[in-house]
Design a protein around this ligand. Structure first.
Ligand code: ADP
Ligand code: MG
Length: 245
């Protein structure tokens, strides 16, 4: 690896019983890069994200984040989870905490920040994602698009080196998709390293530095968005694009 590489997967394999869900997956994500992963349902996209955040173990191969192999447990694992933010389709907010507390708590408990400083950071981040006025509410009082923006603010509060987004807009009503994609697009422009699993091809064209196409547990091809959408080199990518575009 070079200093530019933030995440390196080398020959990663993962099986669930007889199902081989990641097959010799090798992938490098450079600092500041936006990698968009697309592919049919069941391709292994979520498993790949979860492996990078060590929410899943792998059977063979290696994954390093910023030069360090993934830790097994304990403090090192907590530190990794802070460095590798994750935003899920289902938001996963703390339902019984206010929006502000959702963004404050990790800063206090994981980063060890004083409450006042954590609150100041949280308020600034909520402003940045356009929901400063919602700080005192509970998640259920917000729209799906607003809740997902809280989840992004919460991930940012941990000062991550990279954020993984697993279909962040798939659970949203159509009119809320863009407010979330707009926040993600600004993050991308500001230089955040991002790995994004999505079916939003407009976002992929606009924001991706590289598109990675997965099918049946394999990375079938990867290319810049112009090349990928203009002339995919594999039949599988071509037929996937024919179905969705
Ligand atoms: P994608 O996100 O691309 O739709 P996933 O990574 O969720 O794909 O799943 C890849 C394959 O692994 C699918 O066939 C799925 O059913 C299977 N799978 C995912 N998680 C589990 C699990 N915990 N146990 C067994 N099979 C699983
Ligand atoms: Mg998935």
């Amino acid at each position: 690896m070079t200093d530019a590489d933030l995440i390196v997967l080398d020959q990663v394999n993962k099986r669930y019983g007889d199902l081989h869900v990641l097959r010799n997956v090798s992938l490098r994500v450079r600092r500041g890069e936006v990698v968009v992963i697309i592919g049919p349902s069941g391709a292994g996209k979520s498993t790949l994200c979860r492996a990078i955040n060590r929410l899943e173990t792998i059977d063979s191969g290696t994954i390093t984040v910023d030069g360090t192999p993934l830790p097994e447990e304990g403090r090192a694992l907590a530190r990794l989870r802070a460095e590798v933010g994750m935003v899920f389709q289902s938001f996963n907010l703390f339902a019984h905490k206010t929006v502000l507390d959702n963004v404050v708590l990790g800063q206090v408990h994981v980063l060890g920040k004083p409450r006042a400083a954590a609150e100041a950071t949280a308020r600034a981040l909520l402003e940045r994602v356009g929901i400063g006025a919602q700080a005192a509410k509970f998640p259920a009082q917000l729209s799906g698009g607003q809740q997902q923006r809280v989840a992004i603010a919460r991930a940012l509060a941990m000062e991550p080196k990279v954020i993984l987004f697993d279909e962040p807009t798939s659970a949203l009503d159509p009119e809320m998709v863009n407010e979330v994609l707009d926040v993600m697009t600004s993050l991308a422009r500001e230089g955040m390293t991002m790995v994004v699993v999505t079916h939003e091809m407009g976002f992929a064209r606009r924001a991706a530095d590289r598109v990675v196409f997965m099918a049946d547990g394999e990375i079938v091809e990867q290319a810049g968005p112009e090349t990928f959408f203009g002339s995919p080199s594999s039949q599988r990518a071509q037929s996937f694009l024919d179905k969705i575009l």
